[in-house]
Ligand binder design. Structure first.
Ligand code: PLP
Length: 388
């Protein structure tokens, strides 16, 4: 099964899991895998060449993220950015069993939720429409709170959180807190320079927007108290040691630049296709429910639950019909545990077992949507008939 989705004989509707790399990002990185191989921490000409590329990439990322170049910390991706934010800002440096409190939303990705739970976090519920419950958040804020982490867009149902209102509460009720937002799923769709502006820490990941896997960035705004997790050679101004992944960083920056340049057009196209897909499936399949409020979602996300079927069996039939999708978040090795996100939205367990996430991206075509509209209803009807 080679090639990208376009023309490859299948409909790739799993862009929230990962995206095909943009051709421009691949082209940008290749020289740094071959002749321009320097280590930017060195001092000779080969090293200085890599350093210049790194500096240019930092400038480009700063533009895309709405921060100063010195506030960009390159990471190995979303998980590292999120872990660094939670462990790095969730505790007062040097204090192991202090009274510091971490607060996060119940629909965070596990890259936030798991470290937060290790620090004994207060986990705050959300409304049924998939947006943060601001009253519940306010009730959990006080001056012991050291870190608040609320994602900008959810990875399963796609809902966007009201970060400006959250920031207002945090600044007022938890004045010692650092505010982190996981913008990994938001970056392809939303103007991060504006929407993530109220946050002190912002994590993004290259492979969600046409960059390579294993590279990302964490914005650490000047003055944010933060304890580095990875120490050693002192790279990234001592905030993240380790020899730079120059090729990956260059490609990340190019993918970010292209994403920003094309974002408005991509959002318009994807929203139209997503609406066609969601409305078509809701009309074709009785007992189908949309999870989260459509109006609150990023353009590329279509999430439905089907009564009386199991996602695992559905995904199997979809793949046979040439539709690549997922049930929930695809991070946990295909594990079909009930989704904590759907549980937080109050979706009954029985219904959550039949969940389907179809996520669109820059390469999605009308043919992909047409194929899903043909294959998904047919698969659901078959499963219901056979009772599997
Ligand atoms: N945060 C969110 C919202 C995600 O969707 C993901 C990946 O699916 C991550 C974090 C983890 O990012 P990475 O795969 O780069 O480690």
């Amino acid at each position: 099964m080679g090639g990208t989705a376009a023309g490859a004989g299948f409909a790739y509707l799993d862009h929230a899991a990962t995206t095909p790399m943009r051709a421009g990002a691949v082209a940008a990185m290749l020289p740094f895998l071959t002749e321009r191989f320097g280590n930017p921490s060195g001092s000779h000409a080969v090293a200085r060449d890599a350093r210049r590329a790194l500096d240019d990439a930092r400038d480009a990322m700063a533009d895309a993220l709405g921060c100063r170049p010195g506030e960009v910390v390159f990471t190995s991706g979303g998980t590292e950015g999120d872990n660094t934010a939670v462990f790095g800002a969730g505790r007062q440096p040097g204090i192991r069993d202090g009274p510091d409190v971490v607060v996060c939303s119940a629909i965070e990705h596990h890259a936030v939720l798991d470290p937060a739970e290790r620090l004994g976090a207060r986990v705050v519920g959300v409304h049924r429409d998939g947006t943060a419950d601001l009253d519940a958040l306010a009730a959990n804020l006080d001056d012991r709170v050291r870190l608040v982490s609320v994602m900008l867009a959810n990875n399963e149902v796609g809902t966007v959180q009201p970060l400006a209102a959250i920031a207002e509460l945090v600044r007022r009720l938890a004045p010692r807190a650092v505010l982190h937002t996981d913008a990994v799923q938001a970056f392809p769709w939303l103007d991060i320079t504006e929407m993530a502006a109220p946050a002190d820490l912002v994590s993004v990941s290259g492979h969600k927007f046409g960059g390579p896997k294993g590279v990302g960035a964490l914005v650490v705004r000047d003055g944010t108290v933060f304890d580095p997790r990875q120490v050693g050679g002192g790279q990234e101004r001592d905030r993240r040691s380790g020899t730079h992944n120059v090729a990956g960083i260059v490609a990340l920056a190019e993918a970010a630049r292209l994403t920003v340049e094309e974002r408005k057009a991509t959002v318009e196209r994807a929203a139209g296709l997503r609406d066609q897909l969601a409305d078509g499936l809701l009309a074709a399949v009785p007992g189908a429910f949309e999870s989260g409020a459509r109006a609150a979602k990023v353009a590329g996300c279509c999430h439905l639950c089907f009564e009386g079927i199991e996602s695992e069996a559905l995904l199997f039939l979809l793949e046979r019909g040439g539709v690549m999708a997922s049930a929930a978040s695809s991070c946990a090795s295909g594990a079909q545990d009930p989704s904590h996100v759907l549980a937080a939205l109050g979706v009954p367990r029985q219904l959550a077992r039949g969940s389907l996430r179809l996520s669109l991206g820059t390469t999605t075509t009308t043919a992909d949507v047409a194929r899903a509209l043909e294959v998904v209803p047919d698969a659901v009807h078959r499963l219901r008939r056979t009772g599997s």
